[in-house]
Design a protein around this ligand. Sequence first.
Ligand code: DGJ
Length: 740
Amino acid sequence: MSVNISEDGKFFHLRTKHSSYIFNVMENGELGQLYFGKRIHSQNSYGNLAKKERREAMVSWTTTADDFQPDNLKQEYASFGKGDFRDPAYQVTAENGSRISELHYESYQLEKGKNRLSDLPSAFGKASDDVETLEIFLRDSLLDLKVILKYSVFPNEDVITKSVEFINLGQQHLNLNRALSSQLDLPDDQYDLISFSGSWARERHEVVDRLKSGVQSISSLRTASSHQHNPFVMLARPDATEDQGDVFGFNLIYSGNFLDQVEVSSYSSTRVLQGINPEEFAWEVKPDDHFQTPEAVLSFSGQGKNQLSQQMGDFYEKHLVNPRFANQQRPVLVNNWEATYFDFDENKLIAIAKKAAELGIELFVLDDGWFGHRDDDTSSLGDWFVDQNKLPQGLAHLSNQVHQLGLKFGLWFEPEMISIDSKLYEQHPEWMIATPGRTPTPGRNQFVLDFTRDEVIDYIFDMMSARIEESKLDYIKWDMNRYITDMFSSNLSRSNQLEMSHRYILGVYKLYQRLIDRFPEVLFESCASGGGRFDLGLMYYAPQAWTSDDTDAVERILIQYGTSYGYPLSMIGAHVSDVPNYQTGRVTSFASRGQVAYFGDLGYELDITKLSEKDQSEIQKQVAFYKKYRQIFQFGNFYRLQSPFAGDHNVASWMVVNQDKTTAIAARYQILNRPNPSYLRIYFKGLDAAKAYRVNNSEEIFYGDELMNAGFFVDQILNINQPIQGSADFSSQLFVITEA
Ligand code: DGJ
């Protein structure tokens, strides 16, 4: 049993293998939060956890219960305006303009398993996995508003999902001003807030802030999860490390405007709110109508951050990713973008595909520029028919040849976008998002289609379906290269304009789902100018994502290391590209580029037809090596060994280990070389202490406990004596550890 309910029906204890989450019905009929953390025994009541003290100068529930002071309590889903002055989890405006509500407990329902939400990406689970779903029914009787708090417990992965449904049972039109997915009130504030922030080409760098009194948050108002902030955050005890200490992980299965907010109260309790950003959001709930929030993911690890990443990653593989692709090895791809940009014809593409086949690559991806008359980024978005000048024999012909070479064929789309210079705009200027009377704001010379309109989605669906069918597509790269501005939809009435961002994302999800239903075999990779929509909402449809447009090996260490906290390697698209690198101008060796890109879904993004014989044979070796260990690189247990965000930022290392701990691969990266350095050992993790191993086919045999506790001597002199392209900077070393 994952959910224990006390005999009096007032205490709810959600238990995973290693964590407990407890809440109760308080004396005013609302829900209180009692505990989330290391697993504890189940009891019939939790007087100790529910203890409170009356404090001066506070608002009380009633004159007779003056020790019941809402601002002083840990609550489960706090309302606004009845004495809790922290930011609430939701707020409703009634027809008379009142924004006050009270949600009283009515009943619960407990079921085995976990169903998907209907219009939103969400987790799913079977009863046979011990997954249980608890629904708590609350009601504001004055508004006749029913609210269902939905909890699903995934005991084996130590994850709890939460979402909320609002149902209007009354006669008034209600307006939700905020409707967050999850609230968690913790009893103290001794935590670091760890978030993953950055910008285009610098995504998901680790940022650590101590909690302090007041509000700290990360968010997006770009109608995308964004490059700037990622919905995944952790709260960690300051002494927590990768291997020990208490850490909470929070994520949201959502791709639009989000908010992750932490508020420390005057009594040093901590409130964590997650959900749709209340800024630029409102939702009308008409009589008999309902509103479902996206789902939040919560996880606790008492064994440090690495354990948290692993359990959340396992959860996504088993309970979020399209089961058709979960644990399915991802193909090694070549993408023509950085090889040709817009300048290609069929011959050039076929030459790349032929070379790719020779080198063992499995998927050829034709990127931007194959449609309309798109010779640069100023035109043709929306015109999803082939450019006859570049590909006079059509897509099917190209795809046929690629298939005949034994490769899979993939195609780039940017379905949500429109160029002014396009046939689509000539026919349907009204489909473009713009505010009447104002000049629309371009981004990369392009504009956005109003995905709140079904006719827009139908049109794009038909266009994409035709291309998928004619070219028997195996893979789609779904790009999205600008954030959304000028928020206005002629599809929505004046009072519903604030619904637009969320409706837009629902439209994106709708198109994804329709394509997946019709073409279940197609593998989707999501992309948004690199990693601008690297989130769980899209992971549900697209099991892999383009991590960043920055393919420089050194920058990629930071990006992939940061990303690994919240997302599994199977989601991380990682390519070897040309040097000097387009983003940084840096020259790194082929080996280093490969040794960074191995830790994810490997691809190549350069003109492989122009490479020297030596580099070509290097690719061949890399691909063969990767394929040999692909299962571990994509689905093994990942361990962060040394952080590039720590110390002098000069070294990083990480490793992957297979399930039975017979094979592991570690990599150590050194950014700048240092003269006459100190002796060095690398301390591996995740091995079997009792197993004997060889490292890089060594004659010497080492026990797992030696490799993990005493470390493995790293020969640095050897490294310096083998300078790479004239420089020993940006070097990397790989350690293949196999059971002896
Ligand atoms: C941005 C993506 O991140 C790139 O990989 C490439 O697909 C370009 N868009 C194409 O316009």
